[in-house]
Design a protein around this ligand. Structure first.
Ligand SMILES: [Fe+2]
Length: 359
């Protein structure tokens, strides 16, 4: 079976394109109860961008603290219940922020039309009705959340996405000026998430002409941004990073991620490491699986004088290592892609535990 996935309906890209958001949202004004719900990263409260949000007196602008990194099912349900109770169902949900805000906006959109607690919908295709119109305005680039079919949520029982074709944004606004103020270390780690998406998408059995075309282009952009003559955070590279994130996301959507993400999810689940840095912590030790990728990654690390945590496993208990390895090995689709359909012959819980001991 080949994947049949839904893409973003509308995309606007370019410096200053955020000023078009007002026109975009007004086209939806007649829908549902006629107001907009803006979910905005708390970082922008009091900053210049706050004044540029095209909200009217009828709209709700809610600033969100995005720590912990992944939004929770409870956070989604609370926003939905409060907004529904006070004003009804919004015409559109607009997320302005990083990957977590993207996920939150996607999840809230779905939960306005699907009854009950969001934890009941964590998984693949459990959502029953399309959500309200939702718009993603990323202010951090790299995770590919702006194009993915998943809204990752931490629930009381599991950390798992609401994944279905209605999760995908109806509209995205990609304004490279919005990522100018991303702190340098975050800029590096989130960009490496894209880089790793492309390497993992390419180095596995599900790789195909479609995923490779997007992945190769995203890799070329990453090389310019992190290794080129004009490497670093600048206007030209901010444009490139926004496109790389998008294309890396499309590449993995049509292929799959691999061992880095499997280990990274284990690290995040058990130790709470943030996704992008957890990827980097794992990737540096996986040269036997991704030889070329790790060599190039190390050049990027050196060029930007990034220091990654090492020898972490020395402080971990056997139980923690077992727990992380269990999370990782259960992501069977990733091992299947990275190693092959007979992956269970070589990848055992003990092998995965040894991979964690490298970190
Ligand atoms: Fe990722």
């Amino acid at each position: 079976m080949h994947k049949n996935f839904k893409g973003t309906e509308k995309t606007v890209f370019g410096r200053g394109s955020f000023s078009q958001l007002g026109t975009i949202v007004e086209e939806r004004r007649g829908e549902n109860d006629g107001f907009m719900l803006y979910l905005v990263d708390n970082y922008f409260k009091g900053k210049a961008l706050e004044k540029r949000i095209p909200a009217t007196a009828a709209d709700i602008v809610q600033f969100i603290d995005v720590d912990p990194e992944e939004p929770t099912t409870m956070q989604v349900d609370t926003i939905r219940d409060d907004v529904k109770g006070s004003k009804g169902i919004p015409a559109a949900v607009i997320g302005i922020g990083g990957g977590s805000i993207m996920d939150l906006a996607k999840a809230c959109s779905l939960m306005f039309t699907n009854e009950g607690p969001s934890e009941e919908y964590q998984g693949l295709n459990l959502i029953k009705k399309p959500g309200v119109y939702h718009i993603g305005v990323p202010t951090v680039s790299g995770t590919g959340a702006e194009v993915s079919m998943t809204a990752v949520l931490t629930g009381p029982v599991k950390k798992l996405g609401l994944k279905c074709e209605w999760t995908v944004f109806n509209q995205i606004v990609l304004d490279p000026e919005l990522i100018e103020t991303v702190p340098r270390d975050k800029w590096f780690y989130t960009g490496m998430d894209t880089y790793i998406h492309c390497i993992e998408s390419r180095d596995g059995i599900l790789n195909n002409a479609y995923s490779t075309a997007f992945g190769d282009q995203a890799l070329a952009l990453c090389r310019d941004i992190y290794l080129g003559d004009k490497a670093g955070q600048n206007a030209e590279n901010n444009e490139k990073l926004m496109v790389a994130s998008l294309m890396g996301g499309l590449s993995l959507t049509y292929s799959e991620v691999g061992i880095v993400h499997a280990l990274s999810y284990g690290l995040s689940k058990i130790l709470g490491e943030k996704h992008c840095i957890a990827n980097c912590i794992a990737f540096q030790h996986l040269s036997d699986y991704y030889p070329e990728g790790v060599i190039e990654f190390e050049r990027m690390i050196a060029k930007h004088a990034i220091t990654l945590p090492k020898n972490l496993s020395k402080t971990w208990t056997e139980d923690q290592i077992t727990a992380m390895a269990t999370v990782a090995i259960n992501l069977e689709h990733m091992w299947n892609h990275a190693i092959g359909t007979d992956w269970k012959k070589t990848i055992t819980l003990d092998v995965v535990k040894d991979l964690f001991r490298r970190l």
